[in-house]
Ligand binder design. Structure first.
Ligand code: SF4
Ligand code: SF4
Length: 191
């Protein structure tokens, strides 16, 4: 094949492939657009979409059910028992609150949005929302802290529970000692 012939064949091939490509482009000029101008335009999400979690901590009873159900261990809960003289009130679903919740963290960077934590919650206070725009440049900002207890309140609650436990233990020990002493006393002679 001569060099001239190869030259003209290459020109023909170039024009042909451009024409094929432009044919596809041209066809799409008359097809409705499937892309969105995000973030100016957004898709309407389904009603039961699973995105970022939210916890209404006022309704949390610290039962740990959500944390136990989580397959990736991204929920960390710590609780402190209330004492007999403390009334922590009720949830909006009527459940009595007996535990302080000094820590309720969700590491949303680990969350796989399975929703398994939502179903066992007895007070329906952990829910999936439709919020999906929460990217962060520092992954530590993706650990959400829901507890609102201050460090002073936590220390007070711990000290109160410890004191109540010590008092209960002392009361129990005194009762055991009294029972042992009663056992050792000789039986009273009958008249
Ligand atoms: S949605 Fe799934 S992965 Fe995320 S916190 Fe709940 S149980 Fe864990
Ligand atoms: S299951 Fe609900 S009430 Fe229990 S600890 Fe989790 S969020 Fe709180």
């Amino acid at each position: 094949m001569s060099a001239v012939r190869t030259y003209f064949r290459d020109i023909w091939m170039a024009l042909f492939t451009v024409t094929v490509g432009m044919r596809v482009t041209f066809r799409h000029l008359f097809v409705p657009a499937v892309t969105l101008q995000y973030p100016d335009a957004k898709l309407k999400l389904p009603e039961r979409v699973r995105n970022r979690l939210y916890v209404n901590i006022d309704d949390c009873i610290g039962c740990d059910q959500c944390s136990l159900a989580c397959p990736v261990d991204c929920i960390t809960i710590e609780t402190i028992k209330s004492t007999a003289d403390q009334d922590l009130g009720q949830t909006s679903t009527g459940h009595k609150k007996r535990l302080h919740v000094p820590r309720f963290d969700i590491d949303i960077a680990k969350c796989c949005y399975c929703g398994l934590c939502v179903y066992p919650c007895p007070t329906e206070c952990i829910v999936m929302t439709d919020v999906y725009e929460f990217s962060e440049s520092d992954r530590h900002n993706l650990i959400y802290n829901y507890s609102r207890m201050t460090s002073t309140e936590i220390e007070e609650a711990k000290a109160k529970f410890k004191k109540a436990e010590e008092e209960a233990a002392a009361k129990k020990a005194a009762a055991v000692a009294a029972a042992a002493q009663k056992k050792q006393e000789p039986p009273k002679a009958s008249s």
